[in-house]
Design a binder for this molecule. Structure first.
Ligand SMILES: Cc1ncc(COP(=O)(O)OP(=O)(O)O)c(N)n1
Ligand SMILES: Cc1nc(C(=O)O)sc1CCOP(=O)(O)O
Length: 791
């Protein structure tokens, strides 16, 4: 039965959301506002009350000719003759529900991965709920937060099916248009959004629903129509650049900079010199007024503080709502946990017309957990030109915006066209703020010319980099110091020439070409949990200086640290262990000082049935519990297996309470001895991504732990076996297995040692929490080491 999913209301009877009001009254008000489907979701009342409430709700929904679906409970749906049900992955299966329900009943299934979506599609579900879009306090035990990027991947995977789709989780008036716009894959879009709190908790559910209807019907103000490709795109663009520069000078746009304090003055001068009007304001609330000048907003997170992200989000919302351009410069995106979290929050919190960064930053935004950035330097480049072009294109395609990946060659893409720019001068890489100023300049051009964002940003880059070349060529410029005033002068000179209609400064100067990627495979995601980046696992040093902002200065509060160019040592350690079963003695291993920079925790078969047989089982459980708690604090992905669960029982109850949360990536029952089952294999990073640092605990050391370790080493991952976290029935087997695995290339270490290696620094944001945990568990740690350290 075709159903209009566009505004799908999911009810909630908890006092925090319903606020003591009558559910039927709230739902009726929402129906008056335009809700198209209602799902009765009741997690608190018992069956009798649910049947009674559902019956009353049904009277209401029937008046509006809107289907009523029942969450989880096929029996309740049958009892009241509801139009259908919504089932989660742990509820009655689709097949069973189909047997019980009338032929034309609507059945929706919750999905959060490609596999679940494909299965629901193949089974014949009417629609899928795709979630969790954004973290939400309405439901805190959701499996994974997948955002627009994850949703897009799922939609793409089922693009050939007519199945209906709705997104759920954290959707409200300020993000609904972005959700619909950014999650759209080329061939399939969402059919609607499912909302709980933004309607049920609203003071006026009718007005809330009406507002949603209005927003859903219209594209966001920042939506772009893509321009048809032209035969000679680079040349066509170049023909337009001078007039775009003239336009920017005439418009005299306001550029609102939320920028790091180190470069603020320089950037303001650059903006003035090109004819724009800069304002530096880190105060989010001010954006409500500032956005009315219809200029651009720049978010540059170079000197992030504990208040920055909330201020940025306020400003982004104000500019997004007004449809004014927002530029994101994720300075030092991969450098620290704080910055990585900030990237996640900001990417989920708003729309960026342009994301601009060096290779390391753009890779972090793409989602690679492999990126290790030192300060805000890009770090050693691991991508060749085509790969950078592809990364810029694929990020722009995914986010439906424009991406500028800066470096000796800049790569600029709107998801279709990719333009490489080779202008600039090495002095730019020697002056603090020259990279940041590109973000500001781009904002000015985006504000002045909105119909083609790629052309706008390209015009800004060319003005900037040609000015740098002109400045460096002056005979009085002897180095970066004298370069700066000359550069500001040259920007001003181009602005003046442009204002006078003189384009001679531009003739023959632009060094750009279009990069054709027709035969290059897109950047792929091996799974939603581990978005792959097109990187090689072994970084190679960069050979050249940056022309723009590959290298930047690392600012931290309160002290300012400066790291210079790309001289950082490369911490590439190759673990090449061969699986002995397959390839006898040809084993090479050069691990010297590896650090678990990309950790994952593997918990192997800690099941009830083994409790009495395994040597020192309680000690093994206490170490595992500590590691699980630390994993939750540090958000380390966790993979769990059980061996033949039906026969040997579940993971022991002591650990169950720690097996929830988005960091729990898999809980798989297996018959294989190795944990690397097909399900888990699919969740591992793609072979061309950076390896994992897998920490293993569990049983038995010489069987499942051994085979898991060998499988991981064979795939190029690094493995850390915790002596105080693995055991066997015969204690002697432990020692033999650990010695063998160490020879094969694994690191045999202790839980405490690995935790402090992950922290690396007492200044780590989680240091207090983890050291507190270590202190709290010191007795059990001592007990475990007492029995397990004698290998
Ligand atoms: C439209 C829609 N999508 C997803 C869900 C979540 O359902 P489920 O996974 O069963 O979780 P609970 O709702 O039971 O907590 C939904 N209810 N509706
Ligand atoms: C019921 C539900 N299911 C989710 C999922 O991710 O499957 S999120 C969710 C709650 C959505 O509530 P709100 O609109 O208030 O954020």
């Amino acid at each position: 039965m075709p159903v209009d999913l566009s505004l799908y209301l999911v009810t909630d009877s908890t006092p925090a959301i319903l606020k003591g009001r009558d559910l039927c009254t709230v739902v009726e008000s929402a129906l008056q506002g335009g809700v198209t489907v209602v799902q009765y979701r009741d997690k608190t009342n018992d069956t009798g009350v649910q049947v009674e409430t559902a019956r009353k709700l049904h009277q209401v929904t029937k008046k509006y000719n809107v289907p009523l679906l029942i969450n989880d409970r096929v029996d309740v749906a049958l009892a009241i003759g509801a139009e259908g049900v919504h089932l989660g992955q742990d509820d009655m299966s689709f097949i069973e529900a189909k047997k019980l329900l009338p032929e034309n009943a609507i059945i929706g299934i919750s999905t959060s991965s490609i596999e679940e979506a494909r299965k629901a599609t193949a089974d014949g579900a009417d629609y899928i709920g795709i979630g969790t879009m954004f973290a939400t306090s309405t439901k805190t035990n959701t499996k994974s937060v997948i955002g627009t990027a994850g949703t897009q991947v799922i939609l793409d995977a089922i693009k050939d099916s007519p199945i209906g789709t709705v997104s759920i989780g954290g959707i409200n008036h300020s993000n609904v248009q972005r959700v619909l716009y950014q999650s759209q894959s080329p061939k399939k879009a969402l059919d609607g959004v499912a909302i709980v709190s933004a309607i049920v908790a609203a003071d006026d559910p009718k007005a809330s629903a009406e507002h949603f209807v209005e927003l859903i019907r219209n594209p966001p103000r920042f939506a772009q129509v893509s321009n048809p490709p032209r035969a000679n795109e680079a040349e066509a663009l170049l023909n337009e650049v001078p007039q775009i520069i003239r336009k920017m000078v005439e418009v005299h746009p306001l550029v609102h900079n939320m920028i790091n304090f180190v470069v603020s003055n320089f950037v303001a001068n650059v903006a003035l010199s090109i004819g724009a009007s800069p304002i530096m304001s880190p105060y989010g609330d001010e954006a409500t007024d500032l956005c009315k000048f219809d200029g651009a907003l720049l978010i540059n997170m170079g000197t992030l503080t504990s208040e920055s992200v909330s201020n940025y989000l306020k400003a982004i919302t104000a500019y997004n709502d007004r449809g004014n351009p927002v530029v994101y410069d994720p300075v030092g995106a991969a450098a620290t946990h704080i910055r990585r979290n900030a990237v996640t929050q900001l990417m989920a919190g708003g729309y960026f017309d342009l994301i601009k960064g060096n290779e390391g930053e753009i890779r972090q935004v793409w989602g690679s957990s492999a990126v290790q950035q030192r300060g805000v330097d890009s770090g050693p480049s691991t991508l060749d030109g085509n790969q950078k072009a592809m990364l810029a294109r694929d990020l722009a395609r995914r986010e439906r915006n424009v991406v500028l990946l800066t470096g000796a060659t800049d790569y600029l893409s709107d998801g279709e066209r990719v333009i490489a720019v080779e202008n600039g001068h090495p002095y730019l890489g020697q002056v603090t703020g020259t990279g940041c100023a590109i973000g500001t300049i781009s904002g000015c051009f985006l504000a002045a010319h909105r119909s083609d964002r790629l052309l706008a940003v390209l015009s800004g880059i060319l003005m900037y980099e040609i000015a740098a070349e002109n400045a460096a060529a002056k005979e009085y410029v002897r180095g970066p110091g004298s370069f700066v005033p000359s550069f500001v002068d040259e920007l001003y000179a181009i602005r003046t020439a442009a204002a006078n209609g003189d384009d001679s400064w531009f003739a023959g100067r632009a060094k750009i070409h279009e990069v054709k990627l027709d035969n290059v495979k897109p950047t792929t995601s091996s799974s939603l949990g581990f978005p792959a980046s097109p990187t090689s696992p072994i970084p190679v040093p960069r050979q050249f200086f940056s022309s723009t902002s590959t290298t930047r200065t690392f600012y931290t509060n309160p002290s300012i640290l400066t790291y210079n160019l790309v001289t950082a040592a490369i911490m590439a350690v190759t673990t090449r262990a061969s699986r002995i079963r397959k390839k006898p003695p040809n084993v090479t291993m050069q691990v010297t000082n590896i650090k678990p920079g990309n950790p994952a925790l593997f918990i192997c078969d800690i099941q009830d049935k083994f409790r009495n047989g395994i040597y020192e089982f309680p000690n093994l459980v206490s170490t595992t519990e500590k590691m699980l708690r630390a994993a939750s604090t540090l958000q380390i992905p966790v993979f769990i297996t059980t061996q033949n669960r039906a026969k040997l029982g579940n993971t022991v109850p002591e650990l169950q309470q720690h097996l929830n949360g988005p960091h729990i990536r898999a809980d798989v029952d297996k018959t294989l001895f190795s944990m690397i089952t097909p399900e888990i294999e699919k969740l591992l990073p793609a072979p061309d991504s950076a390896p994992l640092d897998v920490i293993i605990v569990g049983i038995e050391t010489h069987i499942c732990v051994t085979q898991t370790t060998l499988d991981l080493l064979e795939r190029g991952h690094r493995v850390y076996i915790l002596v105080d976290g693995v055991s066997s029935i015969n204690p002697e087997e432990r020692g033999i297995a650990l010695a063998r695995l160490r020879d094969a290339g694994a690191v045999v270490t202790s839980s405490e040692s690995v935790l402090f290696e992950i922290l690396g620094d007492a200044a780590h944001e989680s240091f207090r929490a983890v050291s507190g945990l270590v202190k709290e568990t010191k007795e059990t740690t001592k007990g475990a080491l007492g029995v397990f350290s004698k290998i």
